[in-house]
Design a protein around this ligand. Structure first.
Ligand code: AR6
Length: 169
């Protein structure tokens, strides 16, 4: 089981083994955290991403990190919220799981995630946080996982989900 914590911050400043990007299926960049990661990493990241030929929702692909202070970027594609009956929960859980599968395979020790799908993809954050926390705590990756929220309000939601999951064991 990983060590899991939650913080407020800018994920592009994390000097860790890998940060996770909340990308879209084209992997050609976008707004939100994806835009921030591409801006800071530089044009070489987009060039490498284009070579990957996209990524399915729930899946994840790794690249180098270029001008970012981390070693690698794991790009995952969250579900677009359509009301909850389109397997959104399964797809979101798969994002967290497949990203950690890559971290485990690569021998990484430290990974940071943003709040996948809760920005422009519209996933209700309380439910997204519950899925995120339970999926991380069930994963065999034994390193350190930090969820880096952009606002204190979002951090509080993830913190509550984490405390609830730990209480329930
Ligand atoms: N560090 C940490 N979190 C951030 C940062 C940052 N620098 N910037 C934004 N966030 P979103 P999604 C938070 O919309 O919902 C993109 O255009 C943000 O406040 O980035 O998965 C992609 O290309 C929010 O809480 O990702 C896709 O088209 C969280 O990151 C689409 O958006 C996720 O919001 C993906 O949508």
């Amino acid at each position: 089981m990983p060590t899991l914590f939650v913080k407020t911050g800018d994920i592009t400043e994390e000097a860790v083994d890998a940060i996770v990007n909340a990308a879209n299926a084209t992997l050609r960049g976008g707004g939100g955290v994806d835009g921030a990661i591409h801006r800071k990493a530089g044009w070489e990241l987009l060039e490498e991403c284009v070579r990957l030929k996209g990524c399915a929702p729930g899946d994840a692909k790794m690249t180098r990190a270029y001008r970012l202070p981390c070693r690698a970027v794991i790009h995952t594609v969250g579900p677009i919220w359509k009301g909850g009956a389109q397997r959104e929960a399964e797809t979101l859980a798969s994002c967290w799981r497949t990203s950690l599968d890559i971290a485990l395979r690569e021998g990484f020790r430290t990974v940071r995630f943003p709040s996948i799908s809760t920005g422009s993809y519209g996933y209700p954050i309380r439910e997204a946080a519950r899925i995120a926390v339970s999926t991380v705590l069930a994963h065999p990756f034994a390193g350190e996982v930090g969820i880096v929220c952009f606002t204190d309000e979002d951090r509080a939601v993830y913190q509550e989900a984490l405390e609830e999951a730990l209480r329930e064991g």
